[in-house]
Design a protein around this ligand. Structure first.
Ligand code: R7I
Ligand code: MG
Length: 387
């Protein structure tokens, strides 16, 4: 695949990229809801659905789901504390669920969210650890809300560390939180313009995940769940193989990468959607730009469409920028305008954060949980702001 340059997004970490990432994630979630759980989604139906957005004049008539509800909590918590504060984030997740429980949460995670609402909880990571007989969830619920970590912390090592901790509030299986790390790293690299060189982008992700998946817990979980030694690396190699092929069918993508609710079966898939749609594709309208292609293609895979489109949207939005998103799509989606406003605030925070020093190889440990109490090692040194 050749180098593909984004025309409008501006330089690395530009405001346009921040707005694009957060708004396109909401769009993916909202427009993806139509096909959630469908086994087969003909592209014709996807295009009909997307065309109807152009005709609809109504504002915010497509509701967002738990993906956006939880991402908004992540964003608001980071902005309020100018960094990561696990108690505050956990509290916001629980409060949001209590106020609006019908957003389509996973059936397992609701038990965690109910326990997190208790004011007597001494360890906010414990309810997640109790899931699924003590192994924790491997669902994609941590990954679907991971993009804001890439928009808050400029250093790759911080993105890795806080995306992981933020996911562990609900997903304590390594196949859950490592998926969140991968999604946040993909957004981080895209924000820097790394998708201009797709081969280097995927190689860099593989290198990072080699390290992320090298710890004892990741190896143990992979063994117990009978996955490859380093499951996400294995999938990313498959993504690279698929990228190298001139023609790939939807069926092949699903059988190689998956389209389900496990992080392993959806985060690499979302990354592939973005990479595949960097170039025009026969099955997609000629007048579509790269971001529209990415969303349309994600929906055509069926399965967990809203979450896959949400994750692909965040990565693609960070590449193409806000100008690539049709205004008519934004008008139709609940929470899109709000995402645009908070993206600006994240952009300010990101550029205020101390730079440099991150080796990108720092491996966070389980002890991070206690070290981070009260948000003391939150990766930034700014004064807390009020929300
Ligand atoms: O991961 P999660 O927050 O949500 C997953 C998806 C997202 O698309 C959401 O938008 C929502 O639509 O669902 O929710 P969890 O409840 O943690 O995990 C989702 C499902 O994955 C669970 O209900 C289980 O069916 C399955 N699952 C597991 N099954 C067996 N053993 C997750 N972890 C395990 C496990 O360890
Ligand atoms: Mg979902």
């Amino acid at each position: 695949m050749m180098a593909v340059r984004a025309m409008t997004a501006g330089g690395p970490a530009s405001l346009s990229r921040f707005r694009g990432a957060l708004v396109a994630a909401v769009l993916g979630d909202c427009v993806g809801g139509e096909f959630e759980g469908a086994e087969e989604v003909p592209m014709e139906r996807v295009l009909q659905h997307l065309n109807s957005l152009d005709e609809t004049k109504g504002t915010g008539n497509l509701d967002y789901s738990d993906d956006t509800a939880m991402a908004r909590c992540v964003v608001r918590s980071i902005l309020a504390h100018a960094g990561y504060d696990e108690r505050d984030m956990a509290h916001r997740f629980a409060k949001e669920y209590g106020e609006s429980p019908d957003r389509g949460y996973g059936t397992g995670v609701v038990h965690v969210l109910k326990k997190l609402s208790s004011s007597h909880l001494s360890d906010v990571y414990q309810p997640a650890r109790d899931q699924f007989n003590g192994r924790g969830s491997f669902g994609n619920g941590g990954a679907m809300r991971a993009a804001p970590f890439a928009l808050a912390f400029p250093k790759l090592a911080d993105v890795r560390r806080f995306a992981r901790l933020g996911a562990m509030l609900t997903h304590s299986c390594s196949l859950g939180y490592n998926g969140a790390v991968l999604q946040a790293l993909a957004v981080h690299l895209s924000l820097q313009g790394a998708l201009d060189l797709p081969q280097q982008f995927i190689s860099r992700l593989i290198t990072e995940m080699e390290d992320v998946e090298s710890d004892d817990m990741s190896r143990k979980d992979a063994r117990i769940l009978k996955e490859a030694e380093k499951p996400f690396c294995d999938r990313l190699h498959r993504v690279r193989d698929l990228m190298d092929r001139s023609k790939v069918s939807i069926e092949e993508v699903i059988s190689e990468l998956g389209n389900g609710i496990a992080a392993l079966h959806s985060v690499p898939t979302a990354i592939f959607c973005v990479l595949h749609c960097l170039e025009p594709r026969e099955c997609l309208p000629e007048n579509y730009g790269g971001l529209e292609r990415t969303i349309a293609y994600s929906l055509a895979l069926g399965g967990d469409t809203d979450t896959i489109a949400c994750m692909a949207g965040a990565i693609a939005g960070a590449h193409y920028g806000i100008e690539a998103i049709p205004q008519s799509w934004i008008n139709c989606c609940e929470g899109a305008e709000d995402a645009d406003v908070t993206a600006e605030r994240l952009h300010v925070l990101y550029h205020q954060s101390p730079r440099g020093g991150g080796s990108g190889t720092e491996e966070p440990t389980r002890e991070d949980a206690s070290k981070c109490q009260s948000g003391r090692s939150n990766g930034t040194k700014k004064k807390a702001r009020t929300e």
